[in-house]
Design a protein around this ligand. Structure first.
Ligand code: NAD
Ligand code: GLY
Length: 362
C-alpha cells in the first residue's frame, strides 16, 4: 500500500488527510476514535460497495449504521432529524464518533450532524467520490439544504481525519468522476497553474483506475485546500477563491432543479463564464479562456448552457447567492494563469455578456 498524507491545521485543531489505495481496510481509524461508540452514516449505493470493508476495519468498536436515501434532496433537515433520533435512541454519548462514508452529500450532512449532536461529537470523513476527496471532505464546511436555498443551514466543523481510498473511484459513475475533475481544474486555476498544465498533459490518463496519477492529483488539491483553509477557515478572505465558477454554477444548478447538471458540471460552465468575464474585460488573454474550455470539453464536461436559459434569468438567481455581501453580485475571476481575485465590480450588462459568450460552441 502506498499512502500520502496532507495535514490541515486550523486554530486549535489539526488533522490528517490520508490518500492511498487500498486504505479502507488498512487505515488506522482507531487513532482517531476515542470511545467504543461509532455511527457510520452512508447511503445504500455506497454501502453496497464499501460498508462491509469499513465495518471490518472498525470491528473492535460498537459500530451502528445509518443509511440515508441517496441524493441531494435528502441532504435535508428531515434526514438530519432522523440522524438525531438514531443517535439519541442509541444512547450515543458526547465522545461517540460519526464516520461519513460517501460523497459530498453524506459528508456534509454527517458533518453537520456531528457538529450539532450534543454540541459537537468527533467525526471522520471517508470520501468516496472524487469531488468529496478533493473538496467537500476537507476544510470543515458542513451543511444541509433548506427548500428555499442550498447549504443554507450549516456549521464550520472540522473532522478528526479524512481517509481517501482511491480504490473507491473505480466504482464511481464516469459522469461523477468527470464532475469531480471540474473541481480539480479549479485548484489549478486559483493557485497552481502547473497543476492545470499537468491535467492538460495527462488528459487520456486521468482515469478512475489510475491510482498512482490520481494520488498525485488528489494530494496536490488537498495541499492547496489545506493551505487556503489554514489561512482563512471561516471564509472572510482568501477561502472565497475556492468559489471560482460557483456563483454562476450554483445559479445553473438551481435553474436545473439540482438534477439537470451535477455540481461539478455546473462549476465547469460557471468557471468558463467567469473566464469569459475576465477575458472581455482584459484581465486575461483569450488563449487562456480557450485552453480551459478545451480541457473541460476533453474531460467530458459541459461548457455552456442552452439558449432557453436567458442571461437575465441566471443573473436573477445569482442575486440571491449567499456569497453576495451587498446588492452587487460577487464573483471570482481569473487575473492570470493560476491567479484569481474576488470582485463585485462588474455591471449586470458585463455579467450578461460573459454568460452569453459562453454559449459559443467549440
Ligand atoms: P454525491 O454525494 O451525491 O455522490 C454522487 C453519487 O455517487 C451518489 O449517487 C452517490 O451515492 C454515488 N457514489 C458515491 N461514491 C461512490 C462510489 N465510490 N462508487 C459508486 N457510487 C458512488 O455527490 P458529490 O459530488 O460527492 O457531492 C456533492 C455535494 O457536495 C453537494 O451537496 C455539494 O453541496 C457538496 N459540497 C460540499 C463542499 C464542502 O466544502 N462541504 C464542497 C463541494 C461540494
Ligand atoms: N468548497 C468551498 C470551500 O470549502 O470553501
Amino acid at each position: 500500500m502506498s499512502m500520502k498524507q496532507v495535514t490541515v491545521a486550523v486554530e486549535g485543531h489539526q488533522y490528517p488527510i490520508f490518500i492511498g489505495s487500498p486504505l479502507l481496510t488498512t487505515a488506522s481509524f482507531k487513532d482517531f476514535i476515542s470511545s467504543n461508540q461509532v455511527l457510520i452514516i452512508s447511503n445504500p449505493t455506497v454501502a453496497a460497495h464499501y460498508l462491509a470493508p469499513l465495518q471490518s476495519a472498525l470491528d473492535e468498536f460498537d459500530c451502528e449504521v445509518f443509511l440515508m436515501d441517496d441524493g441531494e434532496s435528502y441532504k435535508s433537515l428531515t434526514t438530519f432529524n432522523l440522524i438525531m433520533e438514531r443517535l439519541i435512541s442509541l444512547g450515543m454519548r458526547r465522545n461517540a464518533t460519526i464516520v461519513a462514508l460517501g460523497g459530498g452529500v453524506v459528508g456534509d450532512i454527517a458533518g453537520f450532524s456531528a457538529a450539532c449532536y450534543q454540541r459537537g461529537v468527533p467525526f471522520i470523513q471517508v470520501p468516496t467520490t472524487l469531488l468529496a476527496m478533493v473538496d467537500s471532505s476537507v476544510g470543515g464546511k458542513t451543511a444541509v439544504n433548506h427548500p428555499l436555498a442550498k447549504n443554507m443551514i450549516g456549521a464550520f466543523y472540522q473532522p478528526q481525519a479524512v481517509i481517501a481510498d482511491l480504490a473507491c473511484l473505480k466504482t464511481l459513475p464516469q459522469r461523477e468522476f468527470n464532475a469531480g475533475m471540474a473541481e480539480v481544474v479549479k485548484y489549478g486555476l486559483i493557485d497552481d497553474f502547473s497543476l492545470f498544465e499537468k491535467i492538460e498533459q495527462n488528459l487520456p490518463h486521468l482515469q478512475p483506475d489510475n491510482s498512482a496519477l490520481m494520488a498525485e492529483i488528489v494530494e496536490r488539491c488537498c495541499e492547496i485546500k489545506a493551505k487556503v483553509v489554514a489561512l482563512d477557515e471561516k471564509e472572510t478572505g482568501v477561502r472565497a477563491h475556492l468559489n471560482l465558477g460557483h456563483t454562476f454554477g450554483h445559479a445553473i444548478e438551481k435553474i436545473g432543479d439540482y438534477s439537470r447538471w451535477l455540481h461539478g458540471e455546473a462549476v465547469a460552465i460557471g468557471t468558463l463564464m467567469a473566464m469569459a468575464l475576465a477575458e472581455q474585460n482584459n484581465l486575461i488573454d483569450p488563449e487562456y479562456y480557450h485552453r480551459v474550455k478545451t480541457v473541460f470539453a476533453c474531460l467530458g464536461l459541459p461548457t455552456s448552457i442552452p439558449d432557453s436559459i436567458s442571461s437575465e434569468r441566471l443573473i436573477e438567481v445569482m442575486r440571491h447567492d449567499k456569497k453576495n455581501l451587498s446588492e452587487h453580485i460577487r464573483v471570482v475571476v481569473p487575473t492570470g494563469p493560476g491567479v484569481v481575485k474576488v470582485t463585485d465590480e462588474f455591471s449586470v450588462a458585463e455579467l450578461c455578456a460573459a454568460i452569453d459568450s459562453g454559449r459559443v460552441t467549440l
